[in-house]
Design a protein around this ligand. Structure first.
Ligand code: GAP
Length: 433
């Protein structure tokens, strides 16, 4: 399958089955914005839950916060975003399409119409907003371009309200906003997206290199957990000349998407750049007091960062399988699948089958996200569930009425087993462990 073609098929499936819809579609759309539909929100929540458990709850040195999207503009001045979060932009004088010249193969003429470009202008990636009733008198601030800001701003609050000692980390999942010039490739680069970020605080004299390496390894553990194979990844070590001046090491963790190898996640050693700037700009002492050595210092930071939407795109691209001409399957791990099972009555016009199946559905629904389907024939229902990644299909048939057993059909092997209704919960539960 041509890979771009694969992306088109994924985009179509996402819309048709309710994973991802184009943003503001009834108004003709709004470029580079998307909405998650009924199945997309389940998948995304399952990814975020897996991330939170693995990175925050499973570790003894991690905790979390949920900071604001609107923060003081002083924070973004201190972080350097107001001055530096800018990209070069050129506009075609003929068709008025805009591009980043550094991303064009030939930056001298428009790739869409061959027109001439304007001079290069710098373009802020920050979305401005105004706080206050009267715009002219209001306070201008920005929608956060990354979630990290609130972590730095609250690092002292977290230390003061918990028992954590350095080294420790704070994680956060939430929306970020960037006024991107170049967009495209579906949900890969959008104006509004979700990040899952960690700021891991270490002593200035810690062996940062080995802590960095441990994080890289731990990140690959997450990739395995969510079903992304190691061979699809590439660690792009950012060379000195391209790295932010304050970073001693940055790796872009790239992934082989259907449209090419691109950044999925990243990890950076940011020294004490952030805390020292926030300390200077806020006038608040952000030093850590080490009660064992009696020393005070500004912690250094290692920052693993993840795009949730890109992770979802990588997972769907990996799971998508239309190699069988009969059916398309999303081979999602049961933990991530929007529905853990589907329940069907064999025939929808037999009230006794429907009532029995309804009972099985209601009981299982207390424990898992389960879907009901009685449309069409059984084969069609199976294929319909395969396409959205439902691991099991449970059918209530005439034998069920006699002995309280059902068939359970496996998405991947397409094999069916007959099991007791009383065993269903444990059967599904086992697939999630
Ligand atoms: N705090 C560091 C930081 O924000 P970044 O590399 O600019 O680093 C982190 O962003 C992650 O956020 C990226 O690896 C990517 O997964 C995701 N991301 C960034 N811009 C995005 C966009 N416009 N659309 C979707 N995801 C984006």
């Amino acid at each position: 399958m041509a890979e771009q073609n694969k992306l088109e098929k994924i985009v179509a499936l996402c819309k048709r089955r309710g994973f991802v819809f184009p943003g503001s579609e009834i108004y003709g759309g709004l470029a580079s914005t998307y909405d998650y539909g009924p199945l997309g929100v389940e998948l995304k929540n399952n990814i975020k839950r897996a991330w939170w458990k693995y990175f925050i709850q499973d570790r003894t040195d991690m905790t979390g916060i949920d900071g604001g999207i609107i923060l003081s503009p002083k924070l973004w001045e201190a972080s350097g975003h107001v001055a530096n979060f800018k990209d070069p932009l050129v506009e075609c004088k003929k068709c008025h399409h805009r591009f980043r010249p550094d991303k064009l193969a030939d930056p001298s003429k428009c790739p869409d119409c061959g027109g001439e470009f304007t001079e290069v202008k710098m373009f802020s990636g920050l979305f401005k907003t105004t706080i206050g009733a009267i715009e002219e008198e209001g306070l201008t601030t920005y929608l956060r371009p990354e979630t990290a800001g609130a972590i730095f701003a609250n690092y002292k609050n977290v230390l003061d309200s918990t028992n954590f000692k350095i080294p420790f980390g704070i994680g956060q999942i939430g929306k970020a906003f960037r006024n991107e010039v170049t967009t495209g490739n579906f949900i890969f680069r959008t104006l509004e997206f979700e990040q899952a970020e960690i700021e891991y605080f270490i002593a200035p004299d810690a062996d940062w290199d080995s802590i960095f390496e441990q994080w890289v390894e731990y990140i690959y553990g997450f990739a395995e957990l969510i079903g992304l194979p190691k061979k699809q990844f590439f660690n792009h070590e950012i060379p000195d000349a391209e790295r932010a001046f304050y970073s001693k090491r940055t790796i872009d963790i790239e992934y082989q998407f259907p449209f090419g190898q691109e950044e999925l996640w990243a990890i950076a050693y940011r020294t004490d750049y952030d805390l020292s700037h926030h300390q200077a700009a806020s006038g608040t002492n952000l030093e850590y007091f080490d009660d064992v050595t009696g020393k005070r210092f500004l912690p250094h930071v290692i920052e693993p960062t993840f795009g949730v939407d890109r992770t979802l795109l990588a997972i769907i691209s990996q799971a998508y399988d239309d190699s069988d001409s009969e059916r398309t399957v999303l081979r999602l791990s049961p933990n991530l699948a929007p529905y853990k099972a589907a329940v069907f009555p064999l025939l929808k016009n037999k009230p006794e089958l429907v009532a029995k199946a309804r009972g099985v559905y209601q009981d299982l629904k207390k424990h898992f996200n389960i879907v009901w389907d009685e449309r069409g024939n059984i084969g069609k229902r199976y294929f319909s569930q395969d396409e959205i990644g439902t691991p099991y299909c449970i059918t209530v048939d005439f034998e069920t009425l006699e002995n309280d057993t059902v068939t359970i059909r496996d998405r991947d092997t397409m094999k069916q087993e007959r099991i007791a209704i009383s065993e269903l919960q444990a059967y599904i539960q086992k697939s999630l462990e």
